[in-house]
Design a protein around this ligand. Structure first.
Ligand SMILES: [Cu+2]
Length: 366
């Protein structure tokens, strides 16, 4: 036996209010996607403009189909509704070849028409650009993006500097360096305001073009689930005017300064290369001081660390305080799995004195 609510009439009201609130919240959430830094509907360059225009075009067709189909449904339910004294069973229809052929052929034609520009565009997004372009190699790691500029022999991470108005061709792959048995997992590179989206696949090279028409900072996000800190794997493209980009290249190709002997910074540099029984920072991070070629490391290249505004997968602002917190316990700022499978940065149990010296040294790397 069911016991009825003692106060009928109250429950529907609260229910309705809850439903209305939920609906408003859901709507706000959906609409929030239409603005902000990662808005594909606000393209900032030709490689983002093309898919945007295609989306609008396809959306237009979808609206026409929707209105037609829904209109027909509404019309028939109204036109053939049951009227008073209308007790006869309506005529029973079993199939109509003409109609069925029609509603198979028309959608097939629409889909075929849409697929032509779609497939064309997919290839355009990764074909070699016709104009002179800049090449950047993108390597997806768990959980940060590494960039290498072969024309300039520059290694950097998380923030990719590009010149405004110049096509940039990304050559992309994925690996977790120095772990031969563990090639890495698939990631996806996506800067919604600058280009379409493309996977980074271990052992393969994929291509994607992007271009920014205006200087600015463009945010993106790894778009293929890649494990624990997937949500903490962002990417930032920094578009610079021609002069600023030249200055950036000059800065990045200048070796790091060696701090004067006896200073706190010099002590930091010493610790960077030797932490006694603990693994040295230098075994995972390169700081290029001009002797010998630059090379990749297991972690980001730190030669020009303070030329970047964000770090750790571009999820944190790079400030001395945040950097200190990172070195004291990296896992607290970004969940990683160093103890489980060597992915990420280990906690090296640094003392306050060591932290002071290391932060002072790293701040000279700009
Ligand atoms: Cu990823």
């Amino acid at each position: 036996m069911t016991v009825r609510d003692a106060t009928p009439g109250r429950r529907p009201t609260t229910g309705r209010r809850a439903r209305r609130t939920a609906l408003a919240a859901a709507l706000a959430l959906v609409l929030a996607a239409c603005s902000g830094e990662q808005n594909a509907l606000d393209p900032a360059g030709p490689y983002a403009q093309a898919p945007h225009d295609l989306i609008i075009w396809v959306f237009g067709i979808a609206v026409v189909v929707f209105v037609l189909v829904q209109g027909l449904i509404l019309f028939t339910t109204w036109r053939f509704r049951r009227r008073e004294g209308d007790d006869a069973i309506p005529a029973q229809t079993h199939g109509n070849t003409k109609l069925e052929v029609l509603w198979t052929v028309i959608p097939a034609l629409i889909l075929a028409a849409i697929s032509v520009p779609t497939v064309q565009l997919i290839f355009e997004q990764m074909d070699e650009p016709e104009a002179e372009y800049l090449t950047v190699e993108v390597i997806g790691h768990r959980w940060w993006f590494e960039y290498y500029y072969p024309d300039y022999d520059i290694y950097t991470a998380n923030e990719m500097a590009i010149p405004v108005g110049v096509p940039v061709r990304l050559e992309m792959t994925a690996t977790d360096l120095a772990r031969a048995a563990d090639l890495g997992v698939i990631h996806s590179f996506w800067i919604p305001r600058l280009a379409g989206k493309q996977d980074l696949v271990p052992g393969h090279t994929t291509y994607l073009n992007l271009q920014a028409d205006e200087p600015g900072r463009y945010l993106g996000q790894c778009a293929e689930y890649c494990g624990l800190s997937h949500a903490n794997m962002r990417a930032r493209v920094v578009a610079l005017d021609a002069g600023d980009f030249e200055a950036w290249v000059a800065d990045q190709t200048t070796p790091a300064d060696v701090p004067a002997e006896g200073t706190l910074e010099a002590r930091g540099r010493e610790l960077f290369g030797d932490l006694g029984a603990r693994q040295a920072c230098a075994s995972c991070h390169a700081v290029w001081e001009g002797d010998g070629p630059r090379g990749p490391g297991q972690g980001p290249d730190l030669t020009n660390l303070f030329s970047r505004e964000e770090f750790a997968g571009a999820i944190h602002d790079l400030t001395p305080d945040m950097l200190r917190a990172w070195l004291a316990n990296p896992n607290e700022l970004k969940p990683m799995q160093y103890d489980v499978n060597g992915i990420g940065m280990p906690n090296l149990n640094l003392t306050d004195e060591e932290l002071d010296a290391l932060v002072a040294y790293l701040m000279t790397l700009d």
